[in-house]
Design a protein around this ligand. Sequence first.
Ligand SMILES: [Zn+2]
Length: 746
Amino acid sequence: MAVRATVSRFPIDTDAREGSGLLWGVTVTPFAASDENGQSPAYGSGGDLLPRCENCWAYFNTYCELEQWSWSCSLCGNLNGLSSDAIERYSRPQSCAEMMSSFVDLELPPQEESDEAALEACPVYVAAIDLSSSEEFLELTKSALLAALEALAPGSLFGLATFSHKLGLYDVQGPIPVVKNVFIPPEAEGTLTIELEDVMPLLQFLAPVDTCKDRIASALETLRPTTSWERTTAAGQGLEGVLLGGRGFGVAMEALCGYLGSEYGNTFALARIFAFLSGPPDYGAGQLDTRRYGEQYASQRKDPDRALLPEQTPFYKDLAAVAVQAGVCVDVFAVTNEYTDLASLKFLSIESGGSLFLYTSTEDSTLPQDMYRMLSRPYAFGCVLRLRTSTEFKPGNSYGHFFPDPQYENVQHVICCDSYATYAYDFVFENNIGFSRSKSDVPTLQIAFQYSVVVPPQELSNSGGVSTSRTKHHSLQRRLRIRTVQFGVAQNIHELYDSCDPEVVLSLLVHKVILASLEEGVREGRLLLQEWLVILAAQYNDAYKLVQYSNGNSIRSQLDVAFSQCPQLQSLPRLIFALLRNPLLRFHEEGVHPDYRIYLQCLFSALEPSSLHRAVYPVLTSYATPDKQAYPRHSLSRAALLTSGSPIFFLDAFTILIVFYSSTADQTLPFPPPHDCLLRTTINKLKKERCITPKLIFIRGGQDDASIFENFLIEEQDVDGSGLTSVMGFVSFLEDITQKVLEFMK
Ligand SMILES: [Zn+2]
């Protein structure tokens, strides 16, 4: 669990926070294997025995004062009694994880053993494939699923379903695959008239991957796109000559969630649906009207600022609630260049803990690699995340892809969570007192993360006394991970600025501008961001007494918007500039596709701070040869490139990696870089560590089209995309900020 704060020394009170212009909050990556400094948790058992404060329910931790019979809570100060068992345990501190580290991962006792429990522990995966599609789409989907089958843990169950104007369920457990179809009613309010359990019993549908891999593969080979004849017939002889795509996605997903959630009264603890979609749902319940895209382009009158960001129907949000209830996580893979209205669809994936992937073409799609990666890494299921703070402050807003608890504040549910998934919180003071000026108050956070992991059968064999029937199955292990973190209090504004972590500030800002653009439009999101920087710069200039008010005319020349006195703040203007240049915040008129914007919103709002930094302001390095680095860091400017004189540049923009050979590079340098060189090793390492598969591109300047690389060199580009102005990008942006700071300070 990594926890990073915008400032490691907290503001002393509300005035100090507001007076600094900085944000106050944290990012939390709960399932990260180590903390932000690379330390692993102390592992232990008996999570259910961990003492809790009777006043604030915080867990006992190393910061609590322990007496012989009692302990005082490090969050609220309450004195709590110790049970005789705990006294006995804590007399041998080396044997207890919670006495050794403020970061612990404790097993919770197993649930009752029964065949039913063992079955529930099997990971269940269902592929739902769009047949209202093309041969190319199906080819890509097949290779993605073949990759997935290789990555699935032994003992997993797999189901194959298709959708179009009908929903198809495959039974691959017999000698030849059998498909049973149910017609989806075309009406917008329709649901299936028959339970899927009656169409095919769930256990016939879910096949063990171990024994059925080949049969699943041959069933995949039989998939064909529905013919246009089939679709028009289903749509009632082509309604008024309009050819419907016949993509009954909404009903199919609703039925599958119910199917997986219904068995044994409860659910499989970990069911995951991979939905492969080749275009907008346009048939039956949950169909989306894609004409709004055309209308938007045709006339700017229709709320252009919100740029198709709001959902057009609550259908998928409601469906996400059903999925969460059933413990089903849905990953949506949209492979399309058509307008698909991800703004409406996204809820199904992000609220159920799944991912949203968008590939605009079948040709260079990294879908199979993404799928393989996603399934080969560890996952936490059925997670509950709870943040507690010491008494002087409390969480304000929370951000990220979770489902808030309907009853308890600051409790979030995450159906499925990988080691990258990151959430953010900002803080407010409990009252106008703040932290005490003497150094007695230590701001403390405690994050409790309860989750389940699937333990493969082989790991059970040495846990002792295991029955033979149990060893065949996966088992579900419930764990409680607790991290308690203490922070300092900044005694003045300089200490506050010096303790700033700009990457975490960027994370919180990105969450805020995404929310602002969803609610009030992209223009409003941009304004918010610029205003934030203006206020920060004004407060900073004020704090460092950089401006002499008596000498009115020279204020402008004295103003420092580059934060030259404070290294910790120096990267912020560039980050804000880059964010304003990012498609996330560029105007619809500049050609940012609304689905792409939604995809970026979903991606950015789950990234941990360092990855987000790369995605917003890519890392540009240069090489003298493929084996020798020249400079570790360049600003994203053409001028910087030219003056460096390096022949090879490597750009990491998180979703894309570009190797660029300058047109003046020595012709004897091998292109592309050979497989055993330093540059390749660097690339492979980056690819391996990443949650998605970045696209790798090699460009030879002067021979290949270099525009994709040049577009990343943003510092000479206009910030607002207005295009043909004589002033240059980042420099004129800073001038503009200076002007606004002046106005603000007056
Ligand atoms: Zn307490």
